[in-house]
Ligand binder design. Structure first.
Ligand code: HPA
Ligand code: ZN
Length: 326
């Protein structure tokens, strides 16, 4: 099937994208040169060629190594601007962007550099690019919850412009329940709460994210289909799931789009949006993901419009702002 022309794409929101995962090899080399960082690849093409993954961890290793070029406010600003400029062409009109504060703190990059660089671009994105934006601080599942709580307190103390928190990184062996206090503190501070769960891990992780963390939204969540009672519950409660089908295939959580549970999730009546996760790493921005799922599932115009509407419904925008976008 030929790629859809931009005019055929309904406006949509991207709710699941990791800012550090939007680093294009060309920009990585530009920032490396600017900061005197030596990358272990001779050129951007060789780096891109290394984007073949066996599982989530093999991706996380490269994703973490790539961050070494991000040092200054200008670096974070350039990264943010590059992503937004690219997805403006994909029909994205609202983006909820996650970033990993701990990944930068452990490298000695201060929080105000990270947040300042990102926020300076986000605050102008609606007027300059026609994309409203919200920022989510994501904590690492494979680190101590005390560290996450400490970073959350620092973000609150500096009045960082975040709408909410998330949980990401390795899933196997790191069930979400350990982060109960972090999520309780976020709720108390008036922050919204999402969490990666059920990407490589079992449906029980989704249950824990809902019951222990009181997460309002689930990132990935594809293992939900293993638990029919849980499917019925998330349908009844219309819990938003931010699904990243191309990411799941590239990280081999599922063998192919044809075997991906996305159609079953939609068919069951779940509130599902499609998202990119880490676009250059998976060679797919949101328009590419849209084309891939449209072709794989032969989606009708109405089904595509429903997915786009679900992306706004599952957002952390205030309800009156959602109504204006549907
Ligand atoms: N899963 C977990 N952690 C991540 C991901 C993901 O898909 N992308 C970036 N960090
Ligand atoms: Zn993710």
């Amino acid at each position: 099937m030929a790629p859809l022309p931009p005019a055929a794409r309904p406006p949509r929101a991207e709710l699941h994208v990791h800012l550090e995962g939007t680093l294009e090899p060309d920009l990585a080399f530009e920032l490396a040169a600017r900061n005197g960082v030596v990358l272990p690849y001779p050129d951007p093409e060789s780096l891109r060629a290394a984007y073949e993954f066996e599982d989530l961890q093999s991706f996380l290793d490269l994703y973490t190594a790539g961050m070494s070029v991000l040092r200054t406010e200008a670096d974070f600003a350039d990264l943010t601007r590059a992503y937004l400029t690219r997805v403006a062409r994909a029909g994205v009109r609202h983006a909820e962007i996650s970033f990993d504060p701990q990944a930068h703190l452990v490298r000695g990059v201060p929080l105000d550099v990270v947040v300042g660089g990102i926020a300076g671009v986000l605050e102008r994105s609606e007027t300059e690019l026609g994309i409203s934006t919200l920022l989510i601080a994501s904590f690492h599942r494979d680190r101590d919850s005390a560290d996450a709580l400490d970073v959350l307190e620092r973000l609150l103390a500096m009045a960082a412009p975040i709408v909410g928190i998330g949980l990401d990184s390795a899933e196997a062996g790191y069930p979400p329940g350990r982060f109960e206090a972090v999520y309780a503190r976020a709720a108390q501070a008036g922050l919204r709460r999402t969490a990666h769960a059920g990407e490589e891990g079992p449906a029980a992780n989704i249950r824990d994210a809902l019951d222990v963390l009181h997460a309002e939204r689930i990132d990935h969540g594809i293992s939900v289909v293993q638990d029919p009672d849980l499917v019925a519950r998330v349908v009844a409660q219309q819990v938003p799931f931010t699904v990243c089908p191309v990411s799941n295939v590239r990280l081999r959580a599922v063998p192919s789009l044809a075997e991906h549970p996305l159609p079953a999730m939609i068919e069951a009546g779940m509130l599902v949006s499609i998202n990119s996760d880490d676009p250059p790493y998976f060679n797919a921005y949101l328009d590419d993901v849209d084309d891939a799922v449209t072709a794989a599932y032969e989606l009708t115009r109405d089904q595509r419009a429903a997915l786009a509407a679900a992306s706004f419904r599952g957002s952390f925008l205030a309800p009156d702002r959602v109504a204006g976008r549907l």
